[in-house]
Design a protein around this ligand. Structure first.
Ligand code: URP
Ligand code: ZN
Ligand code: ZN
Length: 488
């Protein structure tokens, strides 16, 4: 028999955001070329009997080989980060290329390209982080980056060295609207956090648990409302990242109910951690400090609900790996006050298995919705669909073969990142991706990495349809109604 296929996967069920089908998958040159019964042999034959074949995950929010605005380097580089992601069923990474004030965007992107190219084992693109919203950056540099395929970027409403004013945010939104790029926003009210922080520190309340008090829910809710209002004013789609509270989620829902293109993202820490984790002995709570912080049990439930009912568009890790030592969480000293603790938690590898286990296996979440929030929607939101995020003829053969019976006890020592802790130590996941394939290459098999450093490819992304403006201006901005003035 002629071997027409590089690889054929047989006997498994393919699962997309829409359907589950028992069919073979034929792969040539890294692409899916046939779905259905395949009589011909592949050069490589994979038996997926008893396994589910899902699209490889897309982690659309992670910090890899990135220096924070306060100068702390993440523990993962593009090798350890991409290996860890692959072991958890992710085949595409969209980390940040972070601008520090004073840097040109071209320099930033060149820098991150050089970091990732020799190391990444799966495919990757970048979102920019824009911390300098000067006219030159927004007017000239940003459009050039978008043209080059970096079609999304994150901006911040808090953090001293990242925060943009509302005026600057409007300039950024206007540029995103013109260029059809996706704006991601970290929505927390800076002055509310700063004010509560000062009061707490004045009273000697510096322990990690006070991080969650300072980053009050109302700071998140107010900023989310404001961000959505600014987006509405300029008719610009926007994605609110790492949503932690019901109040912020409800702001997103209200925007969506009004027909706005407002998208939301949440992350494992808001499903599986609570404020009690920040109240561990000594400094141990530092391991759980991220912004916004984990809240209470009721918030967890509300976030689950938003993930299940379609209010959230994507589920990302927000992997921000700072070790629990002087290189990371404790860089400011052995007992820093909460405001000096590096923000972020790791989660690249457990992102999908924990959601699969607690959501799909426990019957809370439909498996198609799982595929949607961990893969398909990220591809659609960030200009990668249908190359990524689905199982279809013509798509990249990015696949994860899930064994729904495999049980894994989460422990830092067994994960493949470069961290010295995991916030999820001891949790048991039922269901794990045992074979992971990226562009037709087996990346993970038999619990081993099978590809070389640098074998991942850079993804130049399209302008996402999701970022198309509605074409519906609020009356004040409409030049036909307002003395011919034109704002956008
Ligand atoms: O605490 C967090 N989420 N740290 C990472 C940086 C960010 O804002 O996403
Ligand atoms: Zn953020
Ligand atoms: Zn983040």
């Amino acid at each position: 028999m002629t071997k027409r296929y590089d690889m054929v996967i047989r006997n498994g069920y393919t699962v997309t955001d829409r359907e589950k089908v028992k069919q073979d998958v034929g792969i040539v040159n890294g692409k899916i070329v046939t779905l259905g019964e395949i009589p011909e042999m592949g050069i490589r034959e994979i038996d997926a009997e008893g396994l589910l074949i899902l699209p490889g995950g897309i982690d659309a929010h992670c910090h890899i080989e990135q220096k924070s605005s306060s100068g702390i380097m993440t523990a993962d580089d593009f090798y350890s980060g991409s290996v860890s992601a692959a072991f958890g069923g992710t085949t595409t990474l969209l980390p940040f290329a972070a601008q520090h004030r004073g840097q040109t965007l071209r320099d930033v992107v060149d820098d991150y390209m050089a970091r990732a190219k020799p190391k990444a084992v799966i495919d990757y693109g970048f979102h920019l982080i824009i911390s300098d919203a000067s006219d030159a950056i927004i007017g000239q540099e940003l459009p050039a980056m978008i043209e080059d395929g970096i079609t999304s970027f994150k901006i911040y409403m808090t953090y001293n060295d990242l925060k943009l004013s509302d005026y600057e945010i409007l300039n950024v939104l206007a540029a995103a609207r013109r260029e059809q790029a996706m704006v991601m926003i970290h929505a927390e009210n800076h002055d509310v956090i700063r004010w509560i922080t000062d009061k707490l520190l004045d009273q000697g309340c510096g322990a990690p648990k006070y991080h969650a008090i300072a980053h009050a829910r109302i700071a998140e809710k107010e900023a989310t409302h404001r961000a959505i209002s600014l987006a509405e004013l300029l008719d610009t789609p926007m994605l609110i990242v790492h949503v932690s509270s019901e109040a912020a989620l409800n702001e997103i829902r209200r925007g969506q109910e009004r027909g706005l293109k407002i998208y939301g993202e949440t992350c494992p820490q808001y499903l599986f951690l609570t404020i009690d984790d920040l109240d561990k002995d000594g400094m141990d709570g530092a391991m759980f400090c991220c912004s916004p912080p984990p809240r209470d049990k009721e918030s967890q439930e509300a976030i689950w609900e938003g993930l299940i009912d379609g209010s959230f568009t994507v589920f990302s890790s927000d992997h921000a790996p700072y070790r629990y030592d002087s290189s990371g969480k404790l860089a400011a000293g052995p007992k820093p006050t909460f405001d000096k603790i590096a923000n972020g938690v790791p989660g690249l590898e457990i992102r999908m298995p924990l959601l699969f286990s607690e959501g799909v296996m426990k019957g809370r979440m439909d498996i198609h919705r799982f595929v949607e929030v961990t893969s398909t929607n990220a591809a659609k939101t960030y200009g990668l669909y249908p190359q990524k995020g689905t199982i279809a003829v013509g798509s990249d053969a990015d696949l994860a073969l899930w064994d729904t019976e495999k049980q894994v006890k989460i422990s830092a020592s067994a994960l493949h990142d470069n961290m010295d802790y995991t916030p999820y130590e001891g949790m048991v996941a039922t269901g794990w991706p045992t074979t992971v394939i990226s562009r037709g290459r087996i990346v993970i098999e038999n619990e081993e990495l099978k590809v070389e450093r640098g074998s991942g490819q850079y993804l130049k992304r399209a302008r996402p349809d999701a970022a198309k403006p509605l074409g519906r201006l609020v009356p004040e901005m409409d030049p036909n109604k307002n003395f011919d003035a034109k704002f956008i």
